[in-house]
Design a binder for this molecule. Sequence first.
Ligand code: ACM
Length: 645
Amino acid sequence: MTNQQGAPGAPEAACFHLDCLWQPSEGDPAGRFVFELRNTGAVPVEGFRLVFTTLRFVERDPSADNVHLLDRRGYYHEVAPPEGFRLVPGSAWRFSLGGITGEPQHRGEGIVSAYLTEADGVRRAVFVGDLRRETSGERSVSGAMAAQPFALIPWPAEVEMVPSDLLPGYLVPAEGATADELSAVSAVTALFRRLFPIEPAPFSLTALPDDRLLRFASDASLDREGYRLDFRATDILITAADAAGRQYALTALGQLLRAARAGGGFRFPADGHIADRPRFAWRGCHLDTARRFFPVGDIARFLDCLAYLRINVFHWHLTDDEAWRLEIRGYPELTSVGSVRGPDAALPPQLGDGAQPSSGFYSHADVRALVCRASQLNIEIVPEIDIPGHSTAALAALPALADRNEPAGAYASVQGFANNALNPAIDLTWTMLEAVFDDLAALFPSPYLHVGGDEVAHGAWQSSPLAARLMADLGIDSAEALQSHFMRRVQAMLAERGRKLAGWNEVGNGEGVETEGTLLTVWQKAAIGAGLAQRGYDIVMAPAEAYYLDIAHSSGWDEIGMSWAGATSLESTYAYEVGNDIPAELLPRLKGIQACLWTELVDSRVHFNHLVFPRLTAVAEAGWTPAANKNWERFSALTRFCPSL
Ligand code: ACM
């Protein structure tokens, strides 16, 4: 049993950036390609070869400049720089080729893909910029200007800008940018390319006359993740205190240019500034990958959507009654059995399944690739293993986790799963959890590991003779008290691994756990948040009635989505103000807000996009934008620029 084969993974981040310019050439009717391969990594390279593919292939090359054409088969080309050439970080190898088969007519007829082979044979990813050609300066934009001509989501803390009637070509780092700055620009260019593959990219590393230059500065006095953009006569100054702030500054510039290019009343700034900083440190989005399996490529793309919206926490729900999706060393059954549903499998078909078995889990290699992609996007992945309830899949995979003398159907969860809680009176529960937490700690750098704790059935453990003995030993008599004992032991295990406990708000029920370092995600009633904060817990607010993306947009019969928390329109999600639920003196405990997507009814990508977008942009804005700057008119006119899966 392997995880889904052939699913596109999260590709390696590129350390090289290839720009290509088409130029007319005397005596060569099809013109020439002028290339710049820039080293945006930290290490010099020498003795390398570059492979690229292009529809407009090079048939003959009498005038190759600063390059050897080594091989060409169909669209495949392999080239090398002159002997002894060394490409140091930040610098570029410029070369050109003529003899191309016809003048390109469209942006997409340039270099389509590339990679670099180092002298030792190791192949490196190369990001390929848009094919460009010189035009006669900035184009003027026509048409009536929108009331708010700047398309920024989420809206910044401070915006004072004058719209321009001119549209710059691309945004390009000025001479002297460091390899690190070039790499940041290349990474955000790649983000836009992945999200909007058929649109021109906002950035290039090679300047043409109609481009706008970018300069970089750092200022340690700016807030974490904050940035400043100064639009000046000849360039744009980007100031940030950290890499995240610089990424967000570039993302904001990309958003401005995207919308200005789209027309419809939007403009690029001529003058002025943006001074920006996040309202909350935790701007999260949760995704339930237990009920539905999402291939790694889909998760990678969702991370891109989050980064575009400056959401910086991905709460990854990996296990539930319906499936266990994370490979655990030493317990292969958790995934070989626990991730498979089907008519003849240990787990029956669930919502969306037919007679064909469904399966899928994340290997350690998958997780490492996604954690790496997330960290490049300033996103922290907080993994969730939902225990002690919601554990049907684990119990099906490892039947020895159950008390054999607990009667079948002794209790059921609200979702109808019988006897679905891990039993704290069974040793295997703890040896398995040791292995689970070892793997979580090895895979995820987040200081928090989320251990669920929601919806343990009231009758849980009451009919288990082993649990009864444990409760008698502990002098307790309720499921709530035993859950508190369970979670305190879990908290100690996490602390041994240097990690803090995050859980759903029920973790605070009864005695709860140690408040120090604990973070609770409040999903039930918003009022629960204030009570938990009062008791000393850090909280993240994800009230279902506002921020659960699986809840239907309206109460209409034809609407898709869940109804147990009412209906949440885009406008009502936007209108929810967390500050109204948490008294001012408790605000230091409010770490932020979060959207959640449970996937019972997410039967396709169409369902996903319908439920998530644009409501997620409303949560993103609530997490980033000062409450005083929220404005429904402005916000709702900009949602057409939001990304999708
Ligand atoms: C939850 O919605 N059960 C956290």
